[in-house]
Design a protein around this ligand. Sequence first.
Ligand SMILES: Nc1ncnc2c1ncn2[C@@H]1O[C@H](COP(=O)(O)OP(=O)(O)OP(=O)(O)O)[C@@H](O)[C@H]1O
Ligand SMILES: [Mg+2]
Length: 439
Amino acid sequence: MRAGGAPFVVTVASEKGGVGKTTIATNLAVYLKALREDLPVTIASFDNHFSVDAMFAIGGRGGHPVSSLLGSDVAARVTLGEYGVGFFASERRLIAPNDDTASLRAALEVSRLGGVLILDTRPILDYFTRSALVAADLVLAPVKDRASLVNVAALQRALRDEGGDEAALWLLPSLVDGRLRLAEGVGVQEFLEFAARERGYQIAPTALAKSPKVEGLALGSARRVFPVLTHARGTQVHRQLRDLAEFVLQRFDAQPPPGRRRSWAQASGGPGRVRRRRLAAGCPLCGEMPAEGTGWFCEDTARRRQSLVHTDCLASLVGGAEPSLSDPGTALLVLEKPEPGWHEGMSVALFGYDASGRPAEGLAQANLSSAHAWDLLRALTGRLPEELPATRVFLAPGGTDARDCPAAGGYGRFAALRRKVLRPWRHDDQRATSREDGE
Ligand SMILES: Nc1ncnc2c1ncn2[C@@H]1O[C@H](COP(=O)(O)OP(=O)(O)OP(=O)(O)O)[C@@H](O)[C@H]1O
Ligand SMILES: [Mg+2]
């Protein structure tokens, strides 16, 4: 059991409204508890619909508000609710406390919440949804039709841009009408599964059917909403929710226990910003640990991997750009793999930025040879480039000590600079991005 450490965070998200997010989040909490009684299960919603309260608040009594998740002493603010599920009370108006979407993850990392935390989100990619994505160990994206499936690309992009774990994203067919046939007699679920695979998405091994009985649970005038487990056991959805809970428990069990997960702070012994990512034991290019105060701090957003790379090792692969690696004006390097998969001649480039996010004088852009790019991506991400999606790796000059790595300012500064340099890219593709991000 994972009591007392960082919780395993399950975020239910979709920019599309009415795809079943809240129904899935609330019922999942009940089924997890039913399957594993001793597992602490907590739920919170960043939406203002009060559905969590309607299912879990005992006798209508509220609890600490959901914004407490971003504060200190998170575990002490959980209110024990119906079915043994802990909850945070929903809030009508949530105000973002800052613009750092890693704050939630940092707060949860040091919380002693343990178990599983389920986060229900609003159908927009606002600060809270983005924070819930960054914090997630598992993202469930309900899809009920083509539009919601296409929109998953926006979730994926948000995960990538904000430094979440893209590999945590799973599609979950929801509100599937088994009777409906599309062209050529194809069922909705088959269509969704096919379209999801075609796009390279992982798809949960269960789907949720559309059921009038389940729909009826949220209707009516009653202030309470009842779970499928107690009030719709005769439905197909009952079995499907149990399968979903089993799937979530499998993912939960597959995670290394908190003691073996090395957060950034633990790895480096410093207080500062806390990250759940792993810091590799040595330079991923040569295996030796860089000496104090030297080397480059490297983070692969897609795989949550952190490492410290020797300047010399990096220079051997970056080639002609070598002098500017020692240029004190270079504050951030971005290695950009522009396409999924791998082919000979793919143009992988390294971009350099100064501390204010402007292209660095010494190294604005270096194009890597195909062989060097392959080696670098392989080492820095720990995966075969053939298997990687389009991705970026961020490097900042730093040392082996938490307090100066990444150099001056620690992780917060690194994350802020990364966000800053990502913005121009977003603007490049402004129309598509603004449509998909809902900004
Ligand atoms: N399996 C189901 N069968 C029938 N109706 C369902 C099912 N799941 C959810 N619903 C109904 O569909 C509607 C939308 O569900 P829900 O509120 O869970 O979606 P949501 O994605 O959270 O919506 P929003 O984006 O507005 O928060 C609700 O009326 C709910 O009762
Ligand atoms: Mg909802």
